[in-house]
Ligand binder design. Sequence first.
Ligand code: GLU
Length: 301
Amino acid sequence: MRGRFAPSPTGELHLGNLRTALVAWLAARAVGGGFIVRMEDLDPVTSSPAHAARQLADLAAIGVDHDGEVVFQSTRFDLYRDAIARLDAAGLVYRCYCTRREIREAAAAPHGDALADGAYPGTCRDLPEARRAEFERDGRRSALRLRTAGEHYTVVDRIAGAYTGTVDDVVLQRADGVPAYNIAVVVDDHLQGVTQVVRGDDLLSSTPRQVHLHHLLGFTVPEYAHVPLVLAADGTRLAKRHGAVTLDRLAELGVTPGQVVARLGASLGLCSADERVAAADLLSRFDFHRLTRQPWQPTLT
Ligand code: GLU
């Protein structure tokens, strides 16, 4: 059994991220499992080593420890490209020349089949050779996409329950040559021996795609648990713009990391908000069944 927390170092972790990290850590450590942290810094523009360092310090401050060295995805492009090459050898990869705008327009046009939100409408899937040559001549950059055939999967999530989704022709490599999130996450969860994926429920809808990739690559599919949203006072998804939602800002207001742990634990039904507890004290109390599926709206200050 091995769990993980895999943040993107694109900013400070907020309470929603910290709560997800705590659940992931508790779920793994409560049963004596391993736990790793992976930095998903695929995007060189939005990620930074400074954010990664800050995030690691914040995880340590709330008592979320990890085994071994932290892996950085930016150093592992070869591994993701190897996996894409394997899919390509199986005839499952094609070049897509579409711009974002073209995809939006094509997806908005009437279709026989209902397309999942944000799903690629398949414009370049069977592109005639002449058209492809034309795009190449015009110097258009191409992304690599997975060729799918409407496969669908039901994921039995430890928190969200059964979730069924249809896979789409997900991007494997972006037009700028950077491997895409969905392939990187699947390759790394496999290579790092992750057996349990606990993360925010904004990624629930991506899970069928990842299960499909695990199957295609012959990997064992991990168990999934998607942690419900954390909402701000205005009812929208918690974000940094909501102010006092990072350890740094809360510290300025006199809220210690220990108090944050207690409040996160209380939101998970594991302790009361004013109890003096450390993350490790919650281990024996952790149980997926106790977690609420409702969004949490914190009142921290
Ligand atoms: N890096 C992703 C994020 O921070 C999470 C990916 C995952 O847990 O699968 O949103």
